[in-house]
Design a protein around this ligand. Structure first.
Ligand code: ZN
Ligand code: CU
Length: 483
């Protein structure tokens, strides 16, 4: 008898997200689940794909994003779906869209302005109200949400340039509890940034206490990724130990010419701590970083590109040196004129980037900034760049390992049950790509470009990307963590 399915992928080369060697099979989907993997010659389905010569992998998980608002303002999620990403972890670096009581002017506080430069998006007084809007108007991708410590500070403190007092800590802790009970998977901090830099380690620990009881996770953009990177790693590990939860070191890197070549030291330290506590890390596959513009940050970079500027949008995409020349101003004065603004900083050693990316525990996360006028190409290019440039081109690791770093490993670390693996019973988040041609199209000069070689993307059994275009589905869900 002919079995009928909702969706059938024929003749695929399956890379299942566990690092197991690839194999040939057909894949059958019913509703939102993969129900059969094997030879299905006699089966029929309403939607069929011939994947001859193509790889079928679990949909990619972007372990580090700032997509909190993109899911609402551009729910087709083109920068991510076009790369094969089916789940985004949002709310990173201390910055989350929720919760934010009315009247806090969060959009005027860098780096919270990375999510909203206009002033109309920080409008969710509770985390629950944000989750409810995402559920009422689903995006094309699933999400796992973090609540940001800098957002909590802006919500609860009138002066963020000091450590929080006990009353403020109590209120922030209550907000963490509310977020976790509404579906957040953890807390993020951005201790490097001004709104959080004055926070003591004890403040973080006390605010993060509810993570333990809810099985949440602690993600951190560390206080220092340059000269004091080891101290900052230790501070991060201490929070994890004292709260009793896993730690995610966000976008691990070593910054500045004085710190070139220090990744063996940081990775050895991470490996050492992993023996006694749960530590995870993510990395984007580029040797240039991107965040808000500040003169301090330009000092450690060999080159700086402007990604956006509120007073001078015409300079987006241009080198800071060129901007200063046109303004006939010294660099520092030019920076002042451009603010608020964003930038790309060329400030890492490519050998360090490759060593961190290849480290066996490193997940891939884009750290893309979706509302920048001339964004860092990591927004549109991270995943295909790892598959194409680093795995196929440089042979940094096998394709099975590359896929694992963006699927199975991330699902395990974030506790995303039945995601990140392609097996019977798992959710039907599936990406079909051409292993011979997959690569980024985005460049620093032309960053807004859909990837090469990503054919078809399926989210919860619905087609979200096909023939280099959005497939129409908005089937993303807010995922909870099962620890
Ligand atoms: Zn960050
Ligand atoms: Cu980030």
């Amino acid at each position: 008898m002919t079995e009928r399915y909702d969706l059938l992928i024929r003749n695929a080369t399956v890379i299942d997200g566990t690092r197991a060697p690839r194999f040939s099979a057909d894949i059958a989907v019913r509703a939102d689940r993969v129900v059969k993997i094997g030879r299905l010659d006699d089966a029929k389905a309403d939607t069929e794909f011939d994947a001859s010569g193509k790889v079928a992998a679990p949909g990619f998980i972007d372990a580090h994003t700032h997509d909190d608002r993109l899911m609402l303002s551009a729910p087709e999620m083109a920068p991510k779906i076009s790369q094969g990403v089916t789940t985004v972890v949002a709310g990173n670096c201390g910055i989350s869209l929720a919760p934010m009581p009315a009247g806090r002017r969060a959009h005027a506080v860098p780096p919270l302005d990375l999510l909203d430069k206009e002033g109309s998006w920080y409008r969710f007084p509770t985390f629950r109200s944000y989750v409810e809007e995402l559920q009422a108007k689903p995006a094309a991708t699933n999400c796992a949400l973090l609540v940001g410590h800098s957002s909590l500070r802006v919500a609860e403190m009138d002066d963020v340039e000091r450590t929080a007092n006990p009353a403020e800590i109590g209120r922030m802790r209550e907000r963490v509890r509310e977020a976790l009970s509404s579906g957040a998977v953890g807390v993020s901090t951005g201790l490097y940034y001004e709104p959080a830099n004055a926070a003591s380690t004890e403040e973080i620990i006390e605010i993060c206490r509810p993570l333990k009881e809810s099985g949440g996770i602690y993600c951190t953009h560390m206080r220092d990724e340059a000269d004091r990177v080891i101290d900052s790693l230790e501070e991060s590990f201490r929070v994890g130990r004292e709260v009793g939860v896993p730690v995610v070191i966000s976008h691990h890197k070593v910054v500045g010419s004085a710190n070139r070549g220090r990744s063996p030291e940081t990775l050895a330290f991470i490996s050492e701590r992993m023996k006694t506590q749960t530590v995870c890390l993510d990395c984007y596959p580029y040797s240039a970083s991107s965040t808000i513009l500040s003169f301090e940050r330009t000092k450690v970079a060999s080159k700086v590109l402007i990604t956006w500027s509120t007073p001078h949008p015409e300079f987006s995409g241009m080198e800071l040196e060129e901007v200063a020349k046109r303004m006939a101003l010294p660099l520092e004065a030019a920076v002042e004129k451009l603010l608020p603004a964003g930038a790309i900083y060329f400030s890492m050693d490519e050998a360090d980037v490759q060593r961190i990316l290849a480290y066996e525990h490193t997940m891939v996360g884009s750290d893309g900034l979706p509302h920048d006028a001339a964004p860092h190409p990591r927004l549109w290019g991270s995943f295909p760049r790892v598959l194409g440039h680093y795995a196929r081109g440089l042979g940094l690791f096998p394709l099975e390992t590359a896929v694992y770093k963006m699927t199975g490993l991330s699902a395990k670390n974030f506790g995303l049950k039945d995601r990140g693996v392609l097996r019977e019973g798992a959710f039907a988040d599936i990406t079909l790509f051409d292993a011979g041609t997959v690569d980024e199209s985005a460049t620093f000069a032309k960053p807004i470009q859909a990837a090469k070689g990503i054919d078809t993307v399926i989210v919860n059994g619905q087609v979200a990307w096909r023939d280099r275009k959005p497939g129409g589905a908005r089937s993303g869900r807010v995922l909870r963590r099962s620890a």
